[in-house]
Design a protein around this ligand. Structure first.
Ligand code: ZN
Length: 282
């Protein structure tokens, strides 16, 4: 049988569509880092057909539940922040108000209405630019979701901790991101357009990069002793355990985040243990 070119094209297209529908679930399974994670998502068709998802109403009742809400509020800069141990090192601390377009509340349910109750993680970043330029960015209003950005805190070169977004609230420190820990894959989708992210359960803190780290290079001269000391104090105060400390580089799924570059993990972890021991003694 001789097919007209248009008919042949349509037949081939239909064939590919049918093949795609048959093969897609197995392809998705093959590339999935954790099949059970995808299993809890809504059926494939619901994601392909552009149905406007029902976004849960933002009410005080669907904010992050106890005990995690109180875990965040006890973090440095939070409403119930713990007093530092007596006679211990306490870094210089400042507070700067960030534009409200750059943060939101922590949510109790995801966009599909599923409850989310992840324990907090700490995500380490670097500013790349200067601390003041990062702070200026967070003080600007951004209408587009794709431009909105913030950390909970940053640490200047002299060790000063600058509190930006209160820890009880959700800072926009990571875009497309996943935390892989002892509980498997953790991420939360809260927006129909934006990819899922760790922001709902992350405390984001950032080290001011050195002047030779302003560009896109793979490495730079690193962070100051004062920054490591303040970071150890800050992370000890959060109460987050080692197995929930991570970096932007580790959680990023966009493929273009490598921060914090030139970070000495061993140096940080030994200072962190000392800071925790100091808190425990008091
Ligand atoms: Zn980052």
């Amino acid at each position: 049988m001789k097919l007209k070119p248009g008919l042949l094209g349509r037949s081939l297209l239909l064939g590919f569509i049918i093949l795609g529908i048959v093969l897609l679930p197995s392809v998705v399974r093959a590339i999935a880092p954790n099949a059970s994670f995808f299993a809890q998502l809504p059926p494939l068709l619901e994601r392909i057909v552009p149905i406007a998802p029902s976004v849960p109403e933002l009410t005080p009742d669907n904010l992050l539940p106890e005990p995690n809400q109180s875990a965040f509020s006890r973090m440095p800069g939070g409403q119930e922040a713990l007093p530092p141990a007596p006679n211990s090192f306490v870094p210089r601390q400042e507070r700067v108000t960030v534009n409200p377009t750059n943060y939101d509340r922590r949510m109790e349910v995801d966009i599909y209405g599923n409850p989310v109750n992840n324990a907090p993680i700490v995500v380490l970043h670097e500013t790349v630019g200067s601390a003041s330029s990062a702070i200026n960015t967070f003080r600007n209003a951004y209408a587009s979701d794709f431009d909105q950005v913030s950390y909970h805190s940053l640490i200047k070169r002299d060790g000063t901790i600058v509190y930006l977004v209160p820890p009880e609230l959700r800072a926009y420190g990571a875009g497309n991101s996943i935390f892989v820990g002892e509980n498997g894959v953790e991420t939360v989708k809260l927006d129909p357009v934006l990819p899922p992210s760790v922001n709902n359960f992350a405390y984001h803190t950032s080290l001011e990069s050195p002047p030779d780290g302003r560009g896109n290079g793979a490495r730079h001269s690193g962070y100051t002793a004062a920054q490591y000391r303040s970071l150890a104090w800050l992370v000890a105060q959060t109460g987050v355990p080692d197995n929930r400390l991570t970096t932007h580089r580790a959680v990023d799924r966009s493929g273009n985040r490598r921060d914090p570059r030139s970070f000495d993990s061993q140096r940080f972890l030994s200072l962190l243990r000392a800071a925790r021991a100091n808190n425990a003694q008091s």
